[in-house]
Write a protein that binds this ligand. Structure first.
Ligand code: 6R9
Length: 570
């Protein structure tokens, strides 16, 4: 397949020269930006908020918050006061101390961010949960982390099985009519002191615990430490291209690592205005958010872009989106078709970024100062050593598919899997290679190309096929909204390719259409990559962060157990 290559677009970014980006991107030097450079002590919440107030930028807007009931704005000074108050509430009413785990289980609201920052000011470790988690998912996480405090709402508190959680001592409720046994957050908050003595920490002290699901077994608690801020800050500056006057919108929920690393830390470390929109996804309200706040930098995910794409372009004409100057994507491979669409409707190329909960921050990216090879994740950050290795940790030459791996030691790398050191160790191969679980190849120019999760790669009639390639071709077909592709065991071919397809509005799921789609892939990609079986579905199983869960498709197909489903969308 021919790769589209897009040149850097002049006039949009603060650095347009890749060599310059490479030279300036230096994580030893960026430490100068932080106060710990002088004191040797650090606190993420200070570096995100209070530092800007101390630098005379307290009046700048830190947060625009919007949902169907609220539309508010807070300066860095306001954020400092509000997070101080939250810290005082947690400390006084629940005796929260450095290193304690404090969980946050509520829909997006300004209070969520005050509590998150307040928790960090105490030196405690934050555990953000998706509001959609049901009892089992909540229990697994609170139990494993031995959390002592949770901050939640009246409608969600029923999903916390208190009797089975001996370590959980305090439950704060952030809305009205608090029942006995729970602490009324607002009553205390309204009276709380506006001053707070920040707990100064070492850079290896805990920051945040994000649980992520494997294909089997219990969710894993990925621990990040304060030191991660180096990478949050620098990737914010050079990959997101955050500049002082930017208005930045990351659409991710804090229950997903993107919603904290790039929804909280990267923007505020860089001192920019951060937009947070609560409520459910709707194309209309998303375009309105960009228009109303004059968003300049927008970070979202392929699944959202595909939904916007299938909602049609008519709606876009009713909104002024001309403020946008940089658009980025993460979470799943970014289909070339989506990049094309983005250019057509926004006049900007969407830039892909690759990273994981475990890596804590960007690892392989399309810098704004770099040519985009459409369909590629881009190149490693300067300082990150990435390679394709075999199962023994030997590096493979260009254009060979294998394990996507990185040399241990980047600043934001996870420090352990909570209460499971053996699991942590299992990520590494000899030679200090961190094994991502993704399969990919690197081309001769050093660009990396995603193929699938290692367990998703298909072997059909002796050919290795990455499901993403097939899915990308499928979504180019005008009737296809989304596609998930798996290998289905076959006595002759080893595996055959089966595609699950959600059609666009108004398309009829007929056998003729199946055949047409099959021929479309055969002619556009390769005969061996054309799905032998196609099944139409109303919806594909996805994680809350929008990843198509191929293992669930496979389990359905083969009547196997589906494994941990706590992160699956309803
Ligand atoms: C940040 C995040 C990590 C997995 C990762 C990979 C997939 C993420 C991607 C991508 C292709 C990209 N993934 N970004 N695949 N291209 N640009 O997503 O973290 O939820 O832990 O998922 O997501 O499979 O291994 P997390």
């Amino acid at each position: 397949m021919k790769t589209e290559i897009y040149e850097v677009e002049p006039g949009q970014y603060h650095l347009e020269d890749y060599d310059q980006t490479y030279a300036d991107f230096n994580w030893e030097e960026v430490e100068q930006a932080f106060s710990w450079h002088q004191t040797g002590r650090v606190n993420m919440a200070y570096e995100c908020i209070d530092r800007h107030v101390d630098d005379g930028k307290g009046d700048r807007v830190a947060l625009y918050y919007k949902d169907k009931d609220r539309n508010e704005q807070y300066t860095f000074h306001d954020m400092k006061i509000n997070s101080n108050k939250a810290a005082n509430v947690l400390k006084e009413a629940a005796d929260v101390k450095k290193g304690d785990r404090v969980f946050i289980f509520m829909p997006r609201s300004p209070e969520l961010y005050f509590v998150l920052l307040g928790t960090l000011k105490i030196g405690a470790i934050v555990g953000p949960l998706f509001e959609a988690f049901m009892e089992k998912a909540v229990k697994d996480r609170l139990e494993n982390s031995e959390a002592s405090v949770i901050v939640t709402t009246k409608s969600l508190v029923g999903r916390i099985p208190v009797d089975e959680l001996p370590h959980l001592r305090h439950i704060f409720i952030v809305d009205e009519d608090v029942e006995e046994g729970h602490i009324d957050f607002h009553a205390l908050y309204d009276k709380a002191d506006e001053q707070f003595d920040i707990e100064w920490l070492d850079r290896e002290d805990g920051l945040i615990l994000h649980y992520t699901s494997g294909s089997t077994g219990q969710p894993k608690g990925v621990l990040h430490v304060q030191n991660a801020m180096i990478q949050h800050y620098i990737s914010g500056r050079y990959v997101l291209d955050l500049q002082e006057d930017d208005v930045y919108w990351c659409t991710a929920d804090p229950g997903w690592v993107t919603g904290t690393s790039y929804g909280v830390f990267a923007p505020w470390l860089n001192g920019v205005t951060n937009v947070i929109a609560g409520g459910r996804f709707s194309p209309e309200s998303w375009y309105k958010t960009i228009e109303d706040f004059k968003v300049t930098i927008w970070y979202s995910a392929p699944t959202a872009f595909r939904m916007l794409m299938s909602a049609g372009d008519e709606m876009i004409k009713n909104h002024d989106l001309s403020s946008l100057r940089h658009i980025l994507s993460v979470g799943e491979p970014l289909n070339p078709e989506v990049i094309k669409w983005g250019y057509k409707v926004f006049g900007k190329r969407i830039h892909d970024t690759w990273w994981m909960t475990e890596t804590g921050a960007h690892m392989i990216v399309n810098f704004p100062s770099m040519k985009i090879k459409s369909g590629s994740m881009g190149k490693p950050l300067p300082g990150v050593v990435a390679a394709i290795v075999d199962n023994d940790g030997n590096e493979l030459p260009p254009n060979r598919m294998g394990n996507l791996a990185m040399k241990k030691g980047w600043p934001s790398m996870m420090r352990t899997i909570w209460n499971n050191e053996a699991k942590y160790e299992s990520y590494f191969l000899p030679g200090d290679w961190y094994i991502s679980g993704d399969s990919a190849y690197m081309d001769e120019d050093g660009y990396f190309w995603f193929q699938g999760r290692v367990d998703d790669v298909i072997m059909t009639a002796g050919e290795r096929v990455g499901p993403f390639e097939v899915e990308s071709k499928l979504v180019e077909h005008p009737a296809v909204a989304e596609a998930g592709v798996i290998g289905k065991p076959d006595p002759i071919r080893g595996e055959i390719i089966k595609a699950f397809i959600a059609l666009r509005e108004g398309c009829e799921p007929t056998d003729e259409l199946k055949e047409e789609i099959r021929v479309f892939v055969k002619n556009g990609l390769a005969a061996h990559a054309a799905p032998r079986e196609i099944e139409f579905k109303d919806k594909l199983p996805k994680t809350r962060s929008g990843k198509i869960m191929r293992r669930v498709l496979k389990a359905w197909e083969l009547d196997l157990p589906t494994g941990d489903l706590s992160t699956m969308e309803d």
